[in-house]
Design a protein around this ligand. Structure first.
Ligand SMILES: [Zn+2]
Length: 197
């Protein structure tokens, strides 16, 4: 059945937030879990790294209590988990309330809860020590990618300028060139393989 957490996955990549099972409150709001009288429960299924999938059922207890109940399975053999997560409300500019999760571990307000393969419970990014993939990049690689981005923008702008010359675009063009060059210099200066005497 390819359940979550079937071993051999505990590596550095499992700490990358983009690769972890997530439950986003925006998705729950979008389907009306907190305001539609006919939607009391939602099932959210996520593909996992091992080719399986993870499904969590989210049941709202509003308006009786400010909580949702999560039911899901972990491990192999699968083990059922039931968890209650408190909700926190913020007032919206044009009236009404917007609901957020209170992280079950630290109680802080958050929009996304995560369930890494090594954990049994959903928690916020900080509580599960998750980082964004970009935070693992070396400074040289990051600068190189920024240079590439500037070069792509230059390409787009060159096409626009060829079609219709424009003084403002020309200034942007020059600024992008300087930016691309600066990022390339930063990248090369910090690149571990290159020794500049
Ligand atoms: Zn937390």
């Amino acid at each position: 059945m390819g359940g979550r957490g079937s071993g051999a996955q505990r590596g550095r990549h499992t700490h990358i937030v983009e690769k972890v099972v997530r439950l986003d409150i925006t998705d729950l709001r979008r389907v009306g879990l907190f305001h539609s009288p006919t939607v009391q429960a939602v099932r959210v299924t996520t593909q996992t790294l091992d080719g399986g999938s993870h499904t969590v059922q989210v049941e709202s207890s509003l308006p009786v209590s400010h909580t949702v109940r999560l039911s899901y399975q972990i491990g192999t053999p699968a083990q059922a988990v039931l968890a209650q997560v408190s909700l926190l409300a913020t007032l919206q500019t044009y009236g009404g309330r917007r609901w957020w999760f209170a992280c079950p571990r630290c109680q802080r307000r958050c929009g996304v809860l995560y369930l890494p393969v090594w954990a049994e419970d959903y928690g916020c990014r900080a509580c599960h020590s998750l980082r964004y993939a970009a935070q693992y990049e070396s400074p040289s690689l990051r600068a190189w990618r920024q240079a590439e981005k500037a070069l792509r923008q230059i390409d787009d702008l060159r096409a626009a300028l060829a079609a219709k010359p424009n003084g403002k675009h020309l200034n942007t063009f020059l600024r992008l060139q300087q930016r691309a060059l600066a990022y390339m210099q930063t990248s090369l200066a910090t690149w571990p393989m290159i020794r500049t005497a």
